[in-house]
Design a binder for this molecule. Structure first.
Ligand code: EPZ
Length: 431
């Protein structure tokens, strides 16, 4: 398992390019199951989770080809036929988002056998709402031996209100409803940019989806979908992680290929803390992305935050924000409302010298504390990111073990950060 060896105490300075969003590319790849025509995706990030889903699609009999492009990968995917309707445990346990093949398989082929994802470090991660919604569309679903066995003799449009807002739940049902007979209305749907990006791709494929990006999405089913070409949106969580990286090291970064409008809650919070952030709009008449500029270095105030569904403060930025609050003056309370166990990074940050106490879904951070390098353990994708951030701010050397967690959702993060002044060495251990 690879490790990171980080020499801390160096402010970051320079320009860093943001990759395509993992959580937009994954549903887009699943959506290719809905047609027998080729779908071409651009700006696909080179991260482990994308490889895992590609392996799963390969198991199902889907052809795919990948080419390097200047920004991310170009991926051409074609589901001409289905060799197997089974998403096996060995792949699903590696990545919960594999459940995204359930809706498309049912809609196109009328059958799916998907392993239950199981829990992960941040929570039990149930999929009861995915199941309930698909049953409303006419699917017959049994659970046995750790697998969901689903069948559908054609799906029918229905109205479905989510008890809890679910990002992949919304995406699964949107994809299933795209080929259902009649109209489906999803209430209390997720409004994340990744949901909207998926709807944009589906509409390019011939779907009739309105309201994506809001809490109410209506999908008028069609009989078939065709191929399309689509560019994946920038990764707002990677961009947010780089903003915090500049803030925690007191540096200055320019983020290229980001989409600031997807980060309004985080940007507002960072500016309130005392981290000036400037957005330069694209030049009129060009296809440039806006540029995000962060100039840190001044004193930072400890401020409370509560994670919420989009457009609120993202749960996927909570761990990174906690690392930052260890360097802010005062006490801050971080409330995690989305997942029941998403403070696993706190004891690891404490090993670096942070003063954090946990009270249920609240973490109380007392700053500013001097961080000193230590050996720490990565546990999940965003917890690992927070340890990299804290390691860059710590005096001395930090060793992070199990960095495969970070490789799941960040494209060679150490290469990007070293280019702007960090000193992170990847130590690859031959298994
Ligand atoms: C997506 O996960 C993201 N993953 C997560 O990012 C992200 O943290 C999460 O949304 C919240 O924003 C992908 O998009 C691939 P949920 P998802 O369904 O869809 C409960 C990362 O770091 N729930 O929105 O699995 C659930 O327990 C990952 O990239 C049910 O109760 O999350 C949670 O409390 C981590 N029943 C809440 O809803 C269900 O059927 C939100 O979960 C589904 C969800």
């Amino acid at each position: 398992m690879d490790k990171f060896l980080i020499q801390g105490g160096r402010p970051l300075e320079g320009r860093v390019a943001v990759s395509g969003a993992k959580n937009a590319a994954l549903p887009a790849m699943a959506a290719t199951l809905l047609t027998d025509q080729p779908v071409i995706l651009h700006n696909v990030p080179r991260v482990r989770d994308i490889g895992t889903l590609r392996s799963l699609l390969d198991e199902l009999g889907v052809d795919s080809a990948v080419e390097h492009e200047e920004h991310g990968n170009r991926m051409e995917i074609q589901a001409r036929r289905l060799l197997s309707p089974v998403a096996p445990y060995e792949l699903v346990k590696q990545m919960r988002a594999s459940v995204l093949v359930l809706g498309p398989l049912l809609a196109r082929f009328g059958q799916a056998r998907v392993s239950l994802p199981g829990g992960c470090a941040i929570g039990t991660r149930p999929i009861n709402l995915h199941v309930k919604g698909l049953e409303m569309l006419g699917a017959l679903i049994k659970v046995a031996h750790g697998y969901l066995d689903a069948k559908a003799n054609g799906l029918r449009g229905a109205n479905f209100k989510f008890d809890t807002i679910s990002v992949t739940g919304t995406e699964n049902l949107m994809m299933a409803a795209a080929l259902a007979d009649g109209v489906t209305v999803l209430e209390n749907a997720a409004s994340e940019p990744e949901v909207e990006d998926l709807a944009n791709l589906l509409n390019k494929m011939g779907a009739c989806i309105e309201g994506a990006g809001t809490g109410r999405i209506s999908i008028r089913g069609v009989t078939r979908l065709h191929g399309a070409e689509h560019t994946i949106i920038p990764d707002r969580i990677e961009a947010g992680t780089f903003l915090v990286a500049a803030a925690i090291t007191g540096g200055q970064l320019v983020l290229e290929r980001s989409e600031p409008s997807h980060l309004t809650a985080l940007i507002a919070k960072l500016e309130e803390v005392g981290v000036p952030i400037h957005t330069t709009p694209p030049r009129p008449g060009t296809f440039d992305c806006p540029v995000l500029e962060v100039r840190a270095g001044g004193p930072m105030r400890a401020l409370d935050v509560t994670t919420q569904e989009y457009p609120g403060f993202p749960t996927d930025m909570q761990a990174q924000y906690m690392a930052l609050m260890t360097q802010a003056d005062g006490e801050s309370v971080i409330k995690e409302t989305i997942f029941e166990n998403r403070f696993v990074h706190a004891p690891e940050l404490a090993r670096l010298g942070a003063d954090i106490s946990i009270d249920g879904r609240r973490a109380i951070v007392r700053g500013k504390t001097a961080l000193t390098g230590a050996k720490v353990l990565a546990s999940d994708l965003r917890a690992s990111a927070s340890l990299v951030l804290a390691g860059m701010a710590a005096e001395g050397e930090t060793m992070i073990d199990r960095v495969y967690h970070i490789d799941r959702g960040y494209e060679r993060i150490e290469v990007k950060l070293n280019k702007v002044g960090a000193r992170i060495r990847r130590i690859s251990e031959v298994p």
